[in-house]
Design a protein around this ligand. Structure first.
Ligand SMILES: Cc1cc2nc3c(=O)[nH]c(=O)nc-3n(C[C@H](O)[C@H](O)[C@H](O)COP(=O)(O)O)c2cc1C
Length: 159
């Protein structure tokens, strides 16, 4: 039986999905990413950002980060995750693949800039285009999120 929050069987490669999901649209985005990870046949460890631990981050082969844009920034929950894991992961997770999705109503530039600085500091590797959406989700965007999960999954399983 899988642990709570863990989808998939006992596979050797693991992707940590760190998300803040305060709306139905963001839940649909998260579900699409998890669908993509399932297609890549990796273990998806799905953690709300406020509950995600340093051990979760250290044990992952790759990462998907996702959440809303609030007040021109990443959600505080995602910032809290980075605040917790930054120094413990700084040398231990160099080069690991990551993907990012964001949702807002008009402007994600500040969140993209700030997350970009942090993942540059961590020296994680962006392996697919960020998916940034505004307003209701359309099918092409859902497909892009499935692809994002799948790509991070494949790249994580190569490590
Ligand atoms: C206090 C607050 C600040 C927000 N600031 C931004 C912002 O700076 N840029 C943006 O694109 N969206 C912003 N939003 C919109 C949120 O990102 C959006 O409500 C959230 O992603 C959920 O979207 P949904 O209702 O379409 O599912 C803000 C929302 C709130 C409540």
């Amino acid at each position: 039986m899988s642990a709570p929050g863990v989808q998939g069987g006992p596979r050797s490669h693991r992707v940590l999905v760190v998300h803040h999901t305060p709306s139905p649209t963001l839940q649909t985005m998260l579900d699409a990413v998890v669908d993509g990870l399932a297609q890549a046949d990796v273990e998806a460890v799905v953690r709300p950002a406020l509950t995600c631990s340093v051990v979760d981050a250290l044990e992952a082969d790759g990462y998907v980060l996702g959440g809303p844009v609030n007040l021109g920034m990443m959600a505080g929950a995602l910032k809290h995750f980075f605040d917790q894991i930054y120094y413990p992961c700084l040398d231990a997770t160099v080069g690991r693949p990551f993907g990012l999705y964001l949702h807002g109503d008009n402007d994600a530039a500040g969140a993209l800039r700030d997350i970009g600085k942090i993942v540059t500091g961590l020296r994680w590797t962006q392996v697919t285009d960020h998916v940034v959406t505004y307003g209701p989700l359309v099918n092409e965007q859902r497909d892009a999120l499935v692809n994002l999960g799948g790509t991070v999954g494949v790249r994580s399983s190569e490590r």
